[in-house]
Design a protein around this ligand. Structure first.
Ligand code: PLP
Length: 421
């Protein structure tokens, strides 16, 4: 009987038709959500998603047309997202180890490839051990709560990534926020925090909105002076900053001074997904026991593990890939500066073209797409008011011609809209 009722209900709704909840509470919720969505549209901060119909890479095809689009807005810094060896490794892992584990790690979700990848990550960063997460967002969400208690203190750069901010919110430590990359302010906050048992300074290694690099040498000196630990988020550094692509700590010569690194497998390291913490073995052991996003979320799928593992092999075999991007970045930055644009940051493949006005950033990005160049405008609240920009991201697989085409298009569009005289 229940079957007949279910079939009738399904027919009533129309096969496959969405079901709308009824009742006063559902109607009230719908009104509230629609009003909130209207506010977002009204504020001009609505984020729409372009649909890509090809692999990630320097040249894209957009759904509904748009072939041969030059892509300058992915975190595919090393071009490994569609590297044939990375794809092959994923297929092999999928065939050998299956689609997934249907389990968290500590119940029935650890395969030999997870242990191998953790060992490889630790070796890559020259640390004692590493632990995998479904994302770096999860790694950041898990670490502070597991490590810090109300007796401790965390000192965080005001422009740290949202996931660090959320992770810090979840912990009960005393919280200090220092001005962006301001060492005087950090020192003042470290003095204030001397009363606590343990101090942890937390910073992005490279900041994704400005393409600037944290002054890690100075941060580590202050940490030493005031007996603090240093944590860095290396999502926009792992794989390509430093002579061997180890990251900001290698670039600035402080590999032995940074205690904890969190990073992602979802950007330069193959671009699939996943994140990790690497550092002292006792810390990693503790995270396996206490970190909630690790304990209560599924294991990384084998294909994803296969991609990251191969990306790390490629990077450890030779430093040529890590170094391949620097010249491209330099070409873009110097040509754009010569054309009259202001590019924020220094020597980083995140190249924000500073425009100031939000509308200008948005219409210029749209016009760039009309010329076959995919870039994204950022405005408030993602960046401060009056600091709207178009963020360009360089990849090792962009050709010199790709970069020159992008600069030419920017110059034309900038002149057209009054951003260049
Ligand atoms: N930290 C930083 C600095 C990021 O830019 C990102 C991603 O945008 C994350 C953490 C989160 O990484 P994931 O995509 O692996 O969750």
């Amino acid at each position: 009987m229940w079957r007949a009722a279910a079939v009738r209900a399904l027919r009533g709704a129309g096969a496959g038709a969405p079901r709308a909840a009824s009742g006063a509470a559902a109607a009230q919720l719908r009104r509230r959500l629609e009003s909130e969505l209207e506010d977002i549209r009204g504020a001009g901060t609505w984020k729409s998603e372009r649909v890509i119909a090809s692999r990630q890479g320097p040249h894209l095809r957009l759904a509904g047309g748009g072939a041969g689009i030059l892509n300058f807005c992915a975190n595919n810094y090393l071009g490994l997202s569609s590297h044939p060896e990375v794809i092959r490794a994923a297929v092999e892992a999928l065939e050998k180890f299956g689609a997934g584990l249907s389990s968290v790690r500590f119940i029935c979700g650890t395969q030999s490839i997870h242990k191998d990848l953790e060992e490889k990550i630790a070796r890559f960063h020259q640390r004692e051990d590493a632990i995998l997460y479904a994302s770096c967002f999860d790694a950041n969400a898990g670490i502070f709560e597991a490590l810090l208690t109300p007796e401790d203190a965390v000192l965080s750069d005001e422009l740290n990534h949202a996931s660090i901010i959320d992770g810090i919110r979840l912990c009960k430590a005393n919280k200090y926020r220092y001005k962006h990359m301001d060492m005087q302010d950090l020192e003042a906050k470290l003095k204030e925090a001397q009363k606590h048992r343990l101090r942890l300074v937390a910073t992005d290694g490279a900041f994704s909105m400005d393409g600037d690099i944290a002054p890690l040498r100075e941060i580590c000196q202050l940490a030493q002076k005031y007996d603090a630990l240093v944590f860095i988020d290396e999502c926009h550094a792992t794989g390509f900053l430093g002579p061997n692509g180890r990251g900001t700590d290698e670039l600035l010569g402080v590999m032995d001074k940074v205690t904890i690194i969190n990073s992602t497998l979802g950007k330069a390291l193959g671009g699939a997904a996943g994140g990790y913490t690497t550092g002292p073995k006792s810390l990693i052991d503790l995270l396996r026991q206490r970190s909630r996003p690790y304990l209560f979320s599924n294991s990384l799928p084998p294909a994803v593990v296969g991609c990251a593992s191969k990306a790390l092999d490629l990077l450890m075999e030779s430093n040529a890939i890590a170094q391949s991007m620097a010249a491209k970045t330099q070409r873009f930055r110097s040509k754009m500066t010569a054309a009259g644009f202001t590019i924020s940051g220094k020597d980083h493949p995140i190249c924000p073209v500073m425009l100031g006005d939000a509308r200008l950033a948005s219409v210029m990005a749209e016009d760039m797409l009309n010329r076959g160049i995919y870039v994204i405008g950022f405005s408030y609240p993602v960046v401060p008011k009056g600091k709207a920009r178009i963020r360009v991201q360089i990849s090792a697989v962009h050709s010199d011609e790709d970069i020159d085409r992008c600069v030419e298009a920017f110059t034309e569009v900038g002149r057209k809209h009054g951003a260049l005289s």
